[in-house]
Design a protein around this ligand. Sequence first.
Ligand SMILES: [Zn+2]
Ligand SMILES: [Zn+2]
Length: 476
Amino acid sequence: MLSILPIVSSSSHSHPVGDDESIFHHSHSSGTQPFLLAQASPTERRDDPNIQSIAASFHAFHPLVQTRADNNFLYVESNSMPEHPMMVGITAWQQQVPLPQPYTGDNAWRIPLAPKPAANPLSAKSNFFRGAIALAANGVPIFNPIKNDGKTDTFLAGELDEYGGHSGRADDYHYHIAPLHLQETLGKSLPVAYALDGYPIYGLEEPDGSKVEKLDAFNGHIGPDGDYHYHATKTYPYLNGGFHGEVENRDGQVHPQPRAKGVRPYTRPLRRAKIIAWEEPNEQSYSIEYTLNRKSHFVNYTLLDNGSVRFDFVDAQGNTTTETYDGKSVRGGGSREERNNGRNRDRQDRRPRDELERQRADSSDRGPRGPDPNDPNRKPWIEAHAAEVDADKDGEVSRPELIAEIAKTLQTMDTNSDKSISKEEAQARGNRLPMAGFVKGHFDELDKNSDTKISSKELSDSFLRMYDRQGQKKRK
Ligand SMILES: [Zn+2]
Ligand SMILES: [Zn+2]
């Protein structure tokens, strides 16, 4: 088995994997279903050629990574500490460090053995900002390249080290892009990772070395062997940009999945710090060197036999501050009050976020930070464009001014002079009329009789109704 640090598991800092940059701190400890382990007949399952093939990538990293299987899943155990240097190259650092994680037993990763195409495939542009979306062959989880604010590309933001990883809030190391460096061990014929829907993720070429043909929106396609798979790319989405296969989306992440465990309170961003070196001076002992104002600082930390972690923070003058965390009480770090605040907020925020996630799930592929139709700050069209429509600049939009604007819009957008606006005409670029954007964005609503044309009457009815409704509130 793995030589894993027995991090105190009764920790009050129990994080779901993926809590990393989240402003929400969930601690729903009941979230993990008990796994059905295949202890009855592990050996016969191991001989199954399908399992063999799926496990091949993970086997390449044995004994760092261990696998077992039942009828439905390949279970992958690891401590998420890869063999390569970590953290070097990060220029946007939250002061977290990599600590071994207990991804074992019923907290192991699981890969479906028989992935099924989803009836409604979910995009990672609008879902799964929390938690892992894939598992690298070396047992390191891979999170959405977009972090949980829904818009920041972690790679472009300088948050990732030279291997595409960093540590989350529980000091849990994970990647955010496809780990192509694993091909040094795996070659090109094996997947570098598996998406959590069970489909493999290959590198920049097909497993046989041939060029990758057209990919779908999720970076996937039916490969030369007739099976669906994903590919890594050097630009967004970098890996599976969603799930072609079935997964359960619960609370904004793939469910179930293992939980990371932290030993200390969250740390804060350290602006202008740049991590320049990683060392492992002794077994269970690590050193991160970073520069701040051109001077070197170090975070040296050691995993102690009792499960605690000792941190030595060395400043530019060589002064050392030592803090030890056992995961139960906090010494020298953030205050208890701060932790409690975080947990209280979690409880309050749970419900709105669930609703937000549901909205996101409903809008299939809106992309990060799409316009929110329920945004209370959104002004009615008439108000937003009043200055442009107010021809005589008296500070009010009159009915005749609006009617004139409708006529002008129709005349300008109706390029084939059939007294209506077709979808093509609505989508034509290059006119800056105040109504053009609305017509383009609300074509189907304006086209009341659904004849794929907006007639003069349909256009004026809608805008005048909007005008009159506004007027009931404030206009004369
Ligand atoms: Zn992260
Ligand atoms: Zn392919």
